[in-house]
Design a protein around this ligand. Structure first.
Ligand code: GDP
Ligand code: MN
Length: 373
């Protein structure tokens, strides 16, 4: 006989695993392979300002600028802004050196005297931007192919598109394979959401925004961490599309050291973002509302069901319930399976992140060392 408390725990488990699985299957079967309901002109080349925020990126900034320079995009339409927040490793002088040897590029270096976080810097840079589209890209990321920028920006030929991000492929040793299992799943979700309307999760590797929309929004939010995702979501909430492009994939470097802290910090930022959009949910456009609702549930509530279920089962097991003991053992044994293990770890990151958010928002975070590929 299974008692009421154990039944409750089982219901929590069912919802915890069932909801994301159904969401994923729904996006995959209903949306992933649909054609876009957007009119994209592949030859569209808007004027673009590429903003690279840096804090102690001496090891990677040259490679990053080279990667941008190697893009197949009309040079006269590109402007690069590096905005540095008081780096102590000589990042600005490397940028100045690069500018000397690449005089055919328009590059602006903005140097801040103190570090106040990435979003603050982006707003600082925004004042110098002139492109129709502003692309934000992290110093540690690479764009893989020479047409990534052109591919991503071509979506702006449809005036309904307000923001575009890339899909991601993780690179690095060790934890990169863990990260990969997680990415395949999320790329399907990002793309499915984008085809339905918009995705509320953007990527720092390539986040492109219509400049006039950024200005209208008053720039990036400086009180939370996920500046790109939040800005994209605000744009989608205004009825524009904020999409992940299936023709633009970026390399995401995975830190070899400090991986767990990195995942927790990113989870913290996403939680801050979804908490902040909560009050705007009722006003979301019809197609976007279920997406935002689902992602909000997945980030803010769903992980706690698992914790609650585990706590109930543990309590029942300690008070001698054989069913609870069997269920707990099953839950632990399943950790042998990688997808399940990856999922559980993500839930732990999310729960830890919500708790950490109580005392720190990680607006100016500690840098994780990423390998130079
Ligand atoms: P992650 O991708 O979430 O691991 O974040 P990163 O540590 O790679 O940071 C993303 C980008 O923002 C990198 O290019 C950093 O150099 C840059 N960044 C981080 N903090 C600051 C800051 O306080 N000011 C500026 N200007 N850039 C920053
Ligand atoms: Mn990064």
């Amino acid at each position: 006989m299974v008692d009421a408390l154990t039944m409750l725990a089982l219901a929590f488990v069912l919802i915890h695993f069932g909801f994301p699985l159904l969401y994923y299957l729904y996006l995959r079967s209903r949306w992933l392979n649909r054609s876009w309901d957007l009119v994209r002109d592949p030859s569209y080349r808007p004027r673009v300002t590429i903003v690279v925020p840096t804090y102690n990126e001496a090891n990677l900034i040259r490679r990053k600028l080279d990667d941008i320079a190697s893009q197949d995009y009309p040079r006269e339409l590109v402007e690069i802004i590096v905005v540095d927040s008081a780096s102590t490793d000589g990042t600005p002088s490397i940028v100045r050196g690069w500018m000397e040897s690449h005089r055919d590029f328009k590059v602006i270096l903005v140097e801040e005297g103190v570090r106040r976080g990435k979003a603050f810097s982006l707003n600082n840079a925004l004042r110098f931007t002139s492109g129709e589209v502003v692309v934000v890209t992290d110093a540690d990321s690479l764009w893989i192919s020479r047409d990534t920028l052109a591919n991503a920006l071509s979506w702006f030929s449809d005036s309904r598109v307000g923001a575009v991000t890339c899909l991601k492929t993780p690179v690095g040793d060790g934890f990169a394979s863990v990260e990969k299992g997680y990415r395949d799943f999320y790329n399907v979700v990002r793309l499915g959401e984008s085809k339905k309307h918009s995705t509320p999760v953007f990527h720092g590797e390539l986040a492109a925004f219509r400049r006039d929309l950024l200005v209208r929004l008053g720039g990036f939010p400086t009180d939370i961490g996920a500046d790109d995702s939040h800005t994209a979501t605000l744009i989608a909430l205004r009825g524009y599309r904020a999409i992940a492009a299936d023709n633009a994939t970026c390399i995401e470097p995975v830190p070899a050291k400090g991986y767990h802290m990195w995942r927790i910090r990113r989870a913290q930022h996403l939680i801050q973002h979804f908490t902040k959009t909560l009050r705007l949910l009722p006003k979301a456009p019809k197609e976007f509302k279920p997406i935002l609702l689902a992602e909000t549930w997945l980030h803010l509530a769903n992980p706690w069901l698992l914790l609650l279920a585990a706590a109930i089962l543990l309590y029942k097991a300690l008070t001698g319930s054989p069913t609870a003991i069997a269920l707990l053992i099953a839950g632990i044994a399943l950790l042998l399976f990688k997808p399940y293990r990856t999922w559980i770890t993500t839930q732990i990151y999310l729960i830890t992140a919500s708790i950490r958010n109580i005392w720190t928002k990680e607006i100016a975070w500690r840098k994780q060392e990423k390998a130079c590929q």
